[in-house]
Design a protein around this ligand. Structure first.
Ligand SMILES: [Zn+2]
Ligand SMILES: [Zn+2]
Ligand SMILES: [Zn+2]
Length: 421
């Protein structure tokens, strides 16, 4: 007896989590893969194209005694929770046109040809006969064994949660809670991302000149404000959260003449009035601001004509939570073992990101690239320059764990320079 006979079928094992009476067959196919499969959950030959097709993409017509795969006809989707799924395919019989479900749902309904005895399987397998299939119907979705959830179990992935409302997580409160760890320990000049990837682009675009009146929106602990002030700008900086206390402490110690104010970014026009600044900067904060439309509208108003608004954000397409990466194996420290996973770019519900034990959860507001561009244009802010920072060769050599086969492959950030017309 070879050891492979003891490997159990991936699908049988997943189904048994929901249908307790589900028998688990040994896998005789694909035994060495992540998803070894039994004969029942293997492939079936389409009577039309004569190709072997995964059992979830082919249907059986009990009238014609024929299989039809979804490449030979046009399948339809039927929304229904069963086993680990939330839909099945109806795949019409090529011969008579009758709608028949894919073999996954057929099995759940007890009409799979192995269950009805229309075909006798040529391998020794235990075939499930559902007695009360409604018991196996999934009430809560997504089920832990379903699609993305399953993928997330294979590789290491940081934890995040979509929120239906902001009742529990007010952005200001979130940053107040983050301040003692995030603000207090922020390295001068920024972490790797800020220091090497974001700020060089941002500083180039803001092109500070002596005497520039600049507003730093959502300044946090003040890294950007200090850079601007050191380069001759007259800086006013606002932040709604306790993060700003770390900026004011630094100002008290080393006076640069920066005026710090605890203020909501959505309330700047009331405080400063129209055309008060030459330039406005917002470093890595617009995605943390709930009402970005009002914020950008007010930024445009406080800017003088021809004034600049320069901001950086996490890349809407390639950063959390739209795209995340997982490592297989989980504990690998090499980036070539990373797989990038795109979740839902169009899902704009707020996201609570948990970075582990050190930091309190972070609140993030995902948006599309087109959302930002539309709001800029609507407020007479015309884009003059965009940057999606990529590491230099030297940076890759110096920081391979961050950059090699990762930052090298896709941008994590986006920096935009716009001018008020
Ligand atoms: Zn199986
Ligand atoms: Zn076919
Ligand atoms: Zn038929």
């Amino acid at each position: 007896m070879s050891s492979s006979e003891y490997i159990t079928c991936f699908y049988c094992s997943e189904y048994t989590k929901l249908a307790k009476d589900y028998p688990v067959n040994f896998a005789s196919m694909d035994e060495k893969s992540f998803t070894p499969r039994c004969f029942l959950h293997w492939k079936y030959e389409c009577n039309q194209c004569v190709k072997l097709i995964h059992f979830n993409g082919i249907s059986w017509c009990s009238d014609c005694k024929e299989f039809t795969c979804l490449s030979c006809v046009e399948e339809k989707m039927v929304k229904k929770n069963f086993l680990i799924y939330d839909y099945y395919y109806n795949i019409p019989c090529k011969k008579c046109g009758k709608m028949n479900p894919g073999l996954d749902f057929a099995e759940y309904e007890g009409i799979h040809p192995y269950q009805t005895g229309e075909i006798i399987p040529s391998e020794d397998i235990v075939v499930w006969m559902p007695i009360h299939p409604e018991e196996a119907e999934v009430k809560e979705f997504p089920h832990p064994a379903w699609g993305f959830q399953r993928i997330m179990k294979i590789g290491k992935i940081s934890d995040f949660q979509r929120l239906e409302s902001l009742e529990e997580y007010d952005p200001k409160k979130v940053w107040d809670e983050l301040a003692p760890t995030w603000g207090a320990n922020w390295p001068e000049g920024g972490d790797f991302n800020h220091k090497y990837m974001i700020l060089p682009s941002l500083y180039k675009m803001i092109d500070v000149e002596s005497g520039d009146k600049i507003l730093d929106v959502a300044c946090g602990e003040g890294t950007t404000s200090r850079y601007l002030a050191k380069n001759g700008a007259i800086v006013t900086a606002i932040d709604v959260s306790d993060m700003i206390t770390y900026a004011t402490k630094k100002e008290e110690k080393d006076k640069l003449g920066i005026k710090y104010l605890k203020l909501n970014a959505e309330k700047i026009i009331g405080k400063f009035g129209e055309e008060a600044f030459d330039k406005v900067v917002c470093n890595m904060a617009l995605h943390d601001i709930n009402d970005y439309k009002t914020t950008i509208e007010q930024i445009s108003k406080v800017l003088k004509k021809d004034g600049l608004f320069v901001f950086s954000i996490t890349h809407p397409c390639f950063a959390w939570p739209t795209t995340t990466s997982l490592r297989v194996p989980k504990d690998s420290q090499r980036n070539e073992d990373k797989i990038r996973v795109i979740f839902d770019y169009f899902d704009e519900r707020p996201v609570l990101i948990k970075y582990g034990k050190v930091f309190a959860p972070l609140l993030h507001f995902p948006r599309k690239v087109s959302d930002y561009i539309s709001v800029l244009v609507k407020n007479k802010l015309i884009i003059e320059e965009m940057s999606e920072p990529k590491p230099s060769e030297n940076l890759v050599t110096e920081f391979p764990r961050h950059t090699y086969m990762d930052y090298e492959l896709h941008p994590h950030f986006m920096v935009i320079k716009s001018r008020k017309i």
